[in-house]
Structures are given as C-alpha cells and as structure tokens.
Ligand binder design. Sequence first.
Ligand code: GRE
Ligand code: ZN
Length: 319
Amino acid sequence: MRTIGLEEHFVTPELEGYGASAAAIIQPDKWREASRRLLDITDERLTEMDAAGLDVQVLSLNAPGIQAEQDAGTAVTRAKAVNDLLAGVVENHPDRFAGFAALPLQDPKAAASELERAVSELGMRGALVNAHTQGRYLDDPELRVVWERAEGLDVPLYLHPANGVDAPHVIQGHPELIGPMWSWGTDTASHFMRLVFGGVFDDFPNAKLLLGHMGEGLPFVMWRMDSRWEYHNHHGVELARGNPSEYLRHNLYITTSGVCSAPPLLCSLLALGPERILFGTDYPFEDMATATEFLRSAPISEADRAKIAHGNAERLLRL
Ligand code: GRE
Ligand code: ZN
C-alpha cells in the first residue's frame, strides 16, 4: 500500500546549531545517532524507507529550526536557503520526497512571501512551524498575514513542538519533564487552543492546521471541551462556530507521528473521523519500520488504513 509520512525531519550542517535546545534534552548517544540521520537526506534514509515500505517522506527541518534565530534578516536568508535546498532534494527524487517549507516568522510579511514562493515556485506542500518564534505564537495579530496566505494557497501549516520560552510553572524544577516525553505535547495542545480562542479559524475558516503525535491528546478531550465551555466564564470571548470541538472537526488534521499505539489511534478515528488522520513517523527520533508495521497491523478497516497511509495526504497535499 502506498505510504506517505508527514513528519520526517532533516537538517543541514549550517542549521544544525539551532538544535542545541533539543540536544540538551536527549541522551547524548541517542542525539548523536539522530544527528547523523538528520544530516543524511538521501542515502541511508532511502534504504530505510525501502526496508520499511515508506514510499514518500514529506521532509521538514528539525525543531526548533529557523524559529530559533534571533535576527529577523538572518531568519529570512536562511529560510530561503534551506527551502531552496529542500526543493533540490525533492526535484532529484520526485517520487520519494516532498517538502514542508521553513518560515521566517520573525518577519511576518517576509514569511508570508516565502510561503507563497515556496508553494508556487518550489512546489512545497505547506509549511512546518516549530512552536513559538521568539515567544510569538501563531495567533499573534501580526501573523494573520501568514494565515491569509496559507488559506489563499490552500496549504496546511504543520505545528510541531519545541521547547517553550519557560517551563510551565507546574513542571518547574522537573527538567526531566521538558521535551517530547511530556511538555512538548501539552504546550502544543495549548498552542492549538490559543489559535481557536484567538480567532484564527474564525478569521480564516478554511485554514488547515496539522498536529503530529496523534493530535497531541486533543481528540481525547473533545467532549469535555464543549461541555465545560458551555459552563465557563467566557471572559468576553465568543467562538463563531460555538463549540471548540467544531474547530477540531473543521480545521485540524493530525498525524500518527511518534505514536505506535492502537488506543489513541482508535480514539482519534472515532473523535475526528478517518479523513483527518495521516501517517507520519517522526524519523529519525522514532524507528521508521516500527511505525509502518504499526500502520499495517492496527485494528482498523482496510478503507481507513488506506486513507491514513496515503489517501488523505494525496488529497490534502496534492501528492
Ligand atoms: C521530535 O521531533 O519528536 C523530536 C525532536 C528533537 C528531539 C526529540 C524528538 O525534534 O522526539
Ligand atoms: Zn517531530
């Protein structure tokens, strides 16, 4: 079965330094191995893809990527350079790779222009954003220009985790909880809620957001969101669609990246429906073959399996 992965990371030697904050939270030998694989875009990666039965990787720069750059001008230059490089990789292997662009959100207008260039001229399928950009989240009014462009181009933004500005108060003093094991998921789910309640999807009703890691837990809490929103003090905030779950149904797509477990997959299928779930591995941080084997053997219908493996990606990303 054709299989397309949506959370498939790489890095270049020039941009490797941005990964320092992630390196600090991973065991050193594991990080060394991941770094080697991140830098290898087309050699061992293709061999592994063949062995795992992964036909296409939609490549993205590893976290935190360009978001970690403090200088806006440098972010613009480097985002363009890495998008050009990625386009070259895809051009050389059009049946094996596609790409999500990196965006220099430090300069919102330049980021919108780069998204347009990346999609229209370089053939990117959307963009991947790693959490915040120097403390700025995607509901920031200045970033509406990026959403407007994404909606106009009809491409998704993939919101990927990274370290937060600070540790949330409740886990301060617990550095072992910072990272993909815990805080990245809760931070990214909260970021999604900021987009909903910050009006992004009311302003851009056809905007499409991708979340990895089986939706960062959101499918599990959908019912409670609606029930408690009806009960809450709204503090003057209203949602055009009424219930928060409507935004999960209309604007959200999730990937299976980094989650090879049937219960959250079945929950997501029931909560969001089979059209909204796409396959991803989170390579090189997870094992590609474990992920494809999970997809092949998951207790779901063959029709749903085909949608998750390739059908939804073909539609959403025009692959
Ligand atoms: C990930 O993308 O899941 C990831 C990183 C960096 C370190 C660990 C990790 O981007 O799981
Ligand atoms: Zn990832």
